[in-house]
Design a binder for this molecule. Sequence first.
Ligand code: AHM
Ligand code: MG
Length: 333
Amino acid sequence: MKRVSLTQYLVEEQRLNNSIPAELRLLIEVVARACKTISHAVGKGALGEVLGTAGSENVQGEVQKKLDILSNEILLEANEWGGHLAAMASEEMESIHPIPNRYPMGEYMLLFDPLDGSSNIDVNVSIGTIFSVLKAPDGMGTPTEQDFLQPGSKQVAAGYAVYGPQTVLVLTTGNGVNCFTLDREMGSWVLTQRGMQIPADTKEFAINASNSRHWYPPVTRYVDEMLAGETGPRAKNFNMRWIASMVADVHRILNRGGIFMYPADQREPDKAGKLRLMYEANPMSFLVEQAGGAATNGKQRMLDIQPTGLHQRVAVFLGSKNEVERVTSYHQE
Ligand code: AHM
Ligand code: MG
C-alpha cells in the first residue's frame, strides 16, 4: 500500500480543492507535531513522572492533572513562533493567549482542550486533544476574547487526537473527515481512513446514566425508549457505551455510528451542561457534520450557536443523524 503522509495529504488537498492555504497547513502540521509530543508523554505514564494532580485548579474549578498542564504548555510552545496565529485559547487558561510581540502575528486563532478525558489519565484509558481553528475577524487589532466568539460554522479546521492503543489524528478542513495513524517507529502521521462517514441509524448510545435521576423529561423519554428494546416503541435493542473521554466516544461514533449525549440537567438549572462549546462541542460537531452526522444542543444546530463566553458550557447531542434528530425533536414537543 502506498503510504500518504499528513503533509502529502495537505499539499494535495490544497492543489485539488484549494481548501488549505499554506499558513493553515503549517498550523495543522504544528498542532499534529505537538500531539505527537503529547502522545509520547502520555505513553510514558508513571515512567515519565507525569501522572497525578498538579495541585492547581483551572478556570472551571476543576483539579488540573500534571499531564493537563504539560499538554497545554506543549501546544502553546509549538504554536507561538510560526507566524500563523494571532492568538490561542485553552480549557486550561482563563484568558486568551495572544502571540508574544517577538513573533509575527498570523490570521488564524486556535482553541484547544489540551487533554480531554482527565478522569482517565491515571487509569490508562484513552484520552485526547481537541482543537478548533477560526480566522481572525477582518481588521482585528490586538486580539481579545470577543474576537474568538464566533459560531462554530465559522471554523476553518477542527480535529482531535486520541492517545489510545493507537494514536490517531482525525481532521476536517471542511471537505470531509480523514484519519491519520501515528507510525511510532517513523514518527510520522499516515493517512489510514479517507472520508469517514457516520451511518444515519444506529443501535448504540453513549450517556453517563448515573445522572439519570437529574435528567429533563425529553432525555429520560429518549433513553427509556431505547432501553425498552425490541418490545418497546423503538422495536429494537440498543447497546450502551460510555468511555468518559469524549474523544474516544466520538471516535467510536465516527467509525461505526452511535449517539453521544451530555445533556444539561436539573441539578444546576443555570448550567447549560458540562462540556464546553468553543473547544469541545464545536470542533466535534464540525467533524460529525462533515461525516454526515448531526449535532445539536437539544434545541438548535450546535454550529449556529452564537457564543457569549470563551468557556461557556453547552448541552451536547451528536452522532448518527436520525437519532440526533429524534432526541432534538423530543425537546421541541
Ligand atoms: P475534561 O475536559 O475535564 O476532561 O471533561 C470532559 C470529559 C469528556 O471527555 C467526557 O465525555 C466527560 O467529561 C465525562 O464526564 P463524566 O465524568 O461526568 O462522565
Ligand atoms: Mg475536556
